[in-house]
Design a protein around this ligand. Structure first.
Ligand SMILES: [Zn+2]
Length: 183
């Protein structure tokens, strides 16, 4: 059977390509796939099968499954710099890092942290600190992903539904709403 493998960050460099089809024996597992790709498990932080995080290496794969491999962030050369990171992957990364804690904090608790990061972003912008602005933007995005996770929302889906085709206000692209309107 054939499975599609997508590799991000340093894994892409290691495999020499970001996207490939791998031939596996019928009923082959994730572990076998990694062995076949000669990737040590330590090089991989997050594995996703068909867009859902999978931590069980004994998971049996099926024909046409899509496996995404994300490298650890350590060293500053991993998933955080991957230009092709999707919102689904972003939410999966945050879930793998903080899912349990976030569930305990709940939506309201997480929202307060989100606001705190927005406040720090505001300060960085006010002071014109370019490096801090970048870091705070990452924090705001991380907490936004948290809120979506806790609320059970797929950001990519709602975003494309609302903003994908055209401006939700005037129905045009680019937006032709009057300047005083919100968008
Ligand atoms: Zn508009």
């Amino acid at each position: 059977m054939q499975v599609r493998v997508k590799a991000m960050g340093i894994l892409r460099q290691r495999l020499g390509k970001s996207d490939q089809v791998v031939e596996l024996p019928e009923g082959g597992t994730l572990e076998q796939l990694l062995q076949q790709l000669q990737l040590p498990q330590g090089m991989i932080q997050v594995i996703m099968v068909n867009g859902e995080r999978e931590s069980d290496l004994h998971r049996r794969l099926q024909q046409n499954d899509e496996v995404t491999l994300l490298a650890p962030v350590a060293g500053g050369n991993g998933i955080a710099t991957g230009p092709a990171l999707t919102l689904k992957e972003l939410q999966a990364i945050i879930r793998s890092l903080y899912g349990t804690k976030d569930a305990e904090r709940g939506l309201q608790g997480c929202f307060l942290w989100f606001l705190e990061e927005v406040g720090e972003l505001a300060a960085a912008i006010r002071l014109g600190q370019r490096k801090e602005i970048a870091v705070e933007l990452a924090d705001v995005l991380a907490w936004l992903a948290t809120l979506a996770n806790v609320a059970g929302v797929d950001l990519a889906e709602v975003f494309t539904r609302k903003y994908g085709p055209h401006c939700p206000g005037c129905g045009q692209r680019p937006c032709a709403c009057p300047p005083q309107a919100k968008p």
